[in-house]
Design a protein around this ligand. Sequence first.
Ligand SMILES: [Zn+2]
Length: 78
Amino acid sequence: MITRSQSKLREEEMLKREINVNIDFDEASREWRKNKNILKNGMYSYKKGKHNCCHIEKDKKCRKKQIIDSLYCQNHFN
Ligand SMILES: [Zn+2]
């Protein structure tokens, strides 16, 4: 059984979670931008790393460069 004070607590808990979601959203968009170059027209391109993509297809390794913070290139990154 849920007492009145418990349901109050639960409300506060939900509020806190809502605030957290907003923070997460900011955090996520910052994360999202971290490995991209934003272009003037609102498009973006991925920043490339030094290493090659880890994707292997038909025993051949993809030769494109990895995107920063990813093991894969733009084609195989998702
Ligand atoms: Zn690739």
